[in-house]
Design a protein around this ligand. Structure first.
Ligand code: SAM
Length: 347
């Protein structure tokens, strides 16, 4: 007992140490970016209590990550940090920083014509065809796809992948006893989470959809490089190309806060439609104030600082309501650092 406790503590300390060595420079860099963007984008400084609560939830997230790896939910080889990717991204980020800072200071939300943008084969809804994250090309360019995952890790100081992994325990539970289950990752982005799904549920038949042709191309390339077999295609999550009741489980990570209210419900109803009766959907998305009131100062500032056009409306629209409105049954909710995990079933 004593030695296993020690082994756990050593694993936790080691993961926290590695995370801290990534988090501290990332946080300093992001602070510099914020200062350059101007005080207006930052809102007021959160209280010491709010900062302490944030640190505590970061420690809990990393503890759960180590516990899930130790319990065999996923291999501990997933517990890595993208330091090299982030370093190789720095010249690119530095080059675009002046533009981002200028847009942010002007509060400029317009979409610029961008060379190399590939609109793809599926019509793009107007809420999607716009700038996001102070990037004029929003989700649409190969460059946006290339920088997306390392930038998100910088933004969350290394905690993005651990937050996504909170989906894996409930997913694994949902797949227990199923032979070659079908699992779909909706809004799979650049494909990083699909790669984690593949090692967590190697027997699953995986597919992923995203509305960005550039992100899908990037996902296909990186998944092929790492030998992951998954069908990935450009599709609108509001109209998935799957027949009713086809999939055993669906995951959806960091999509809902990017959607306007009505689109959130349309996506949720598609998730319900494609699930087999008894199937499970696991959603990981940004924290919401009703579930994490201690994070209110950060959540208030986030929409403006990071230019998230639908984040304020997402804050007023609890995920459990969205899922229940379309007839899914919510079976659990939890918080994980600055995210939340909501699990629901189609009965
Ligand atoms: C914040 S990213 C999350 C990506 C990925 N799931 C992850 O965990 O990093 C949001 C993604 O949702 C996609 N997206 C937004 N609206 C969509 C829609 N209606 N249908 C499909 N994908 C959509 C974007 O193209 C983008 O890749």
């Amino acid at each position: 007992m004593r030695s296993s406790l020690n082994a756990t503590s050593v694993a936790e300390l080691s993961w926290m140490g590695r995370q801290a060595s990534f988090a501290v420079p990332s946080a300093l860099l992001m602070r510099g970016v914020h200062l350059a963007m101007g005080a207006t984008s930052m809102g007021t400084r959160p209280s010491d209590d709010a900062i302490a609560a944030l640190r505590k939830s970061w420690v809990s997230l990393l503890r759960e990550d180590v516990k899930d790896a130790r319990d065999g939910i996923y291999p501990s080889s997933l517990l890595t940090l993208p330091t090299r990717d982030v370093l190789s991204l720095l010249p690119d980020l530095a080059a675009s920083l002046a533009k981002v800072v200028a847009r942010s200071r002007r509060g400029d939300f317009s979409v610029e014509a961008v060379d190399g943008v590939d609109a793809g084969p599926v019509p793009l809804p107007s809420y999607y065809r716009r700038a996001f994250h102070w990037q004029a090309d929003g989700w649409l360019s190969p460059r946006s796809a290339r920088v997306y995952e390392p930038s998100v890790e910088l933004l969350f100081a290394g905690a993005a992948a651990p937050m996504r992994r909170r989906a894996l325990r409930p997913l694994k539970q949902a797949l227990r006893g199923k032979h070659r289950p079908r699992v779909v990752d909706v809004a799979c982005g650049a494909g990083g989470f699909l790669a984690q799904l593949a090692v967590t549920a190697p027997e699953a038949r995986l597919s992923g959809f995203d509305l960005s042709a550039s992100y899908v191309a990037h996902a296909k390339q990186t998944l092929a490089k790492s030998g992951v077999v998954a069908e990935v295609a450009v599709e609108n999550a509001e109209a998935l190309p799957l027949r009713d009741g086809l999939v055993d489980a669906a995951t959806c990570v960091f999509l809902f806060h990017e959607l306007p209210r009505q689109a959130r419900r349309q996506v949720a109803s598609e998730l319900k439609r494609i699930l087999v009766p008894g199937g499970t959907v696991v959603i990981v998305d940004a924290a919401q104030q009703h579930a994490s009131p201690e994070l209110a100062p950060f959540l208030d500032a986030f929409a403006g600082s990071y230019h998230e056009p639908y984040f304020r409306s997402y804050q007023l629209d609890p995920l459990e309501d969205v899922l229940q409105d379309v007839g899914l049954t919510v079976t659990s909710t939890s918080t994980a650092f600055v995210s939340r995990v909501v699990v629901a079933r189609r009965l």
